[in-house]
Design a protein around this ligand. Structure first.
Ligand SMILES: NC(=O)c1ccc[n+]([C@@H]2O[C@H](COP(=O)([O-])OP(=O)(O)OC[C@H]3O[C@@H](n4cnc5c(N)ncnc54)[C@H](OP(=O)(O)O)[C@@H]3O)[C@@H](O)[C@H]2O)c1
Length: 339
């Protein structure tokens, strides 16, 4: 397969992690990077051995050596740059959340449709083999009929008003930044239980605690009711470590626990699931080996889709992203979180 020529928009934290993922991939090469000014672009290009450094995102979009862009500035800038990338005819992997809300996400999807480019929201856990294994076990009724799903993405970070997570103008707040993971997992697993790629909730109820200084949601909960009498209990927090960010699924015949649902083993290695069938004394450990880094798996999934001529990745389709954005809007509305 001819490797995909990647251009990276932004030189922040996750841009560096993704660059390493592409470096380790056989399906992609780093062709260019762009920053809002030349200095950081040059430094990033040197660090990750990228041939082209651009002093603006717009300049990278005109670079004929770039086939696909990875969009990784803070979320309020995703919509603008994803639409401009589509207009420039570049394939797109855009960081999550795709946009700040559903209406903007619909505009991005329309742009990808109109300009016939690939588009995927960068939920890196979705194309990972661990997620495929969880979905397979649920589909095969390894724990019987799914009844309740718990999904959490929580950590306790020192409040830093300069960090985008605590900055309203940069889309700060947990629901959009990390709550999007539990929502996407609950929709995926409820869908697997019902034999579908994903399913939308019938009800979304949420609550949140806003930081006094940050004025963004620092802790939030949501309860979702799905068809098939499936309930999901979701949590996200940037100021409370509720133990591991895990997923647990209770069914009529047992329980499946996913201790590292979002990052699996991160690097090549083995992650584990725990399956406890009703009546068994001990849970059974299910190893899930993966020979690639988490972000290499993501870059490979995009490359494979593009080379197959697909414009959506089966691991995170456009309809899936749009459904997720709708639920995030409902969670924020219910919890009183607005921008
Ligand atoms: N999938 C994942 O595992 C994962 C993990 C972390 C974050 N993310 C997502 O990736 C995005 C970026 O997160 P991050 O943690 O990498 O953020 P970050 O470290 O703060 O970096 C953001 C970068 O965006 C660029 N940028 C453009 N306009 C900006 C502005 N007005 N203010 C500040 N920076 C601006 C800057 O790069 P330049 O100066 O070079 O333009 C900056 O370095 C977020 O949407 C987040 O949700 C995903």
């Amino acid at each position: 397969m001819k490797p995909i020529r990647w251009g990276i928009l932004s030189t922040g934290h996750i841009a560096g992690i993704f660059a390493q993922g592409v470096q380790r991939s056989k399906t992609g090469v780093l062709a260019a990077v762009a920053s809002r000014s030349l200095g950081p672009a040059r430094a990033f290009a040197k660090k990750y051995r990228i041939p082209q450094a651009h002093a603006s995102y717009g300049s990278l979009l005109k670079d004929p050596s770039v086939e696909a862009v990875y969009i990784a500035p803070p979320h309020p800038f995703h919509a603008k740059w994803a639409i401009r990338a589509a207009q420039a005819g570049k394939h797109i992997l855009c960081e999550k959340p795709l946009t700040m809300d559903y209406p903007d996400a619909a505009k991005v999807v329309q742009a990808a449709q109109r300009h016939r480019v690939f588009l995927m929201e960068a939920f890196m856990y979705r194309p990972h083999p661990q997620t495929a294994k969880v979905v397979e076990l649920i589909r095969k009724k390894a724990i019987g009929e799914v009844r309740m799903i718990q999904a959490a993405f929580c950590f306790d970070k020192l409040l830093d008003p300069r960090h985008r997570l605590f900055n309203r103008k940069l889309g700060g707040g947990g629901i959009l930044d990390i709550g999007c993971y539990p929502v996407s997992m609950a929709r995926l697993l409820a869908g697997a239980a019902l034999g579908k790629p994903f399913v939308e909730p019938l009800e979304v109820k949420g609550t949140a605690v806003m930081g006094r200084r940050s004025r963004v949601d620092e802790m939030a909960l949501a309860s979702l009711k799905f068809p098939g009498d499936i309930l999901a209990e979701l949590s996200c927090a940037s100021r409370a470590d509720r133990g591991p960010s895990r997923v647990k699924i209770d069914g009529s015949a047992g329980t499946l626990a996913v201790p590292s649902p979002w990052f699996a083993a991160w690097d090549p290695g083995t992650s584990y699931l725990w399956l406890q069938k009703r009546g068994e004394r001990k849970p059974r450990r299910i190893p899930v080996p993966c020979d690639r880094n988490l972000y290499t798996v993501e870059a490979d999934a995009v490359a494979l889709s593009i080379r197959k001529g697909q414009r959506e990745c089966p691991a995170m389709s456009w309809a899936d992203t749009l459904g997720n954005m709708k639920v995030l809007d409902l969670w924020r509305k219910s919890a009183g979180v607005f921008y």
